[in-house]
Ligand binder design. Structure first.
Ligand SMILES: *[C@@H]1O[C@H](CO)[C@@H](O)[C@H](O)[C@H]1NC(C)=O
Ligand SMILES: *[C@@H]1O[C@H](CO)[C@@H](O)[C@H](O)[C@H]1NC(C)=O
Ligand SMILES: [Cu+2]
Length: 162
């Protein structure tokens, strides 16, 4: 019986807990600028459907072009569509797969202002691992929410006849 109850609890908790999308501040505190290794920044990070990328930079100093893999490798700045230029550009990760971004100002891309990520084919799992210390990316599942869902799972469990 105990193992059956445990399984019910696990299933209820897994299906009831919603995914928690997070914003990834590109470059963390450095933002989007020259002199940051964005390959290193992206390394080890998980990008899930529904998460968002946020490019922060001084308006006019940089911009953000979404490009294809070829343009990324060759730092080809597309003529259309135009780049994002707000300095606080929020890009929802709406489809899975590889995504490429470059700065179209001067030779910034060739100097390293380029980012490639791979978006997972699922939304964030409810129990995504906490980010490594020192990054500004938030936890996909705040601890408070975690305990709330656990209580909800237990309540539902009580309602199921043994
Ligand atoms: C950036 O970081 C990656 C991964 O850590 C590393 O392989 C690469 O050599 C670095 N690039 C530069 C220009 O330092
Ligand atoms: C990639 O993007 C470049 C620049 O916008 C464009 O000229 C090229 O046709 C694209 N290639 C593919 C395979 O879509
Ligand atoms: Cu730039």
């Amino acid at each position: 019986m105990a193992s059956k109850a445990l399984w019910i609890m696990i299933i209820v908790a897994a299906s009831a807990a919603p995914a928690f999308a997070i914003d990834h501040i590109v470059g963390d505190d450095s933002g989007w600028k020259l002199g940051v290794n964005y390959t290193a920044w992206a390394e080890g990070k998980q990008f899930y459907l529904g998460d968002r990328l946020v490019f922060k930079y001084g308006q006019g100093a940089h911009n953000v072009h979404r490009v294809n893999g070829t343009a990324f490798q060759q730092c080809m700045v597309p003529s259309a569509p135009g780049p994002l230029t707000s300095g606080n550009d929020v890009i929802p990760l709406a489809t899975p797969g590889r995504k490429w971004y470059i700065c179209g100002v001067g030779n910034h891309c060739a100097s390293g202002m380029k980012l490639v990520i791979t978006v997972a084919s699922t939304e964030a799992p409810a129990s995504a691992p906490a980010p490594t210390p020192g990054t500004s990316a938030g936890n996909h599942l705040p601890p408070l929410k975690s305990s709330v869902w656990m209580v909800a799972a237990l309540v539902v469990l009580k309602m199921i006849p043994a």
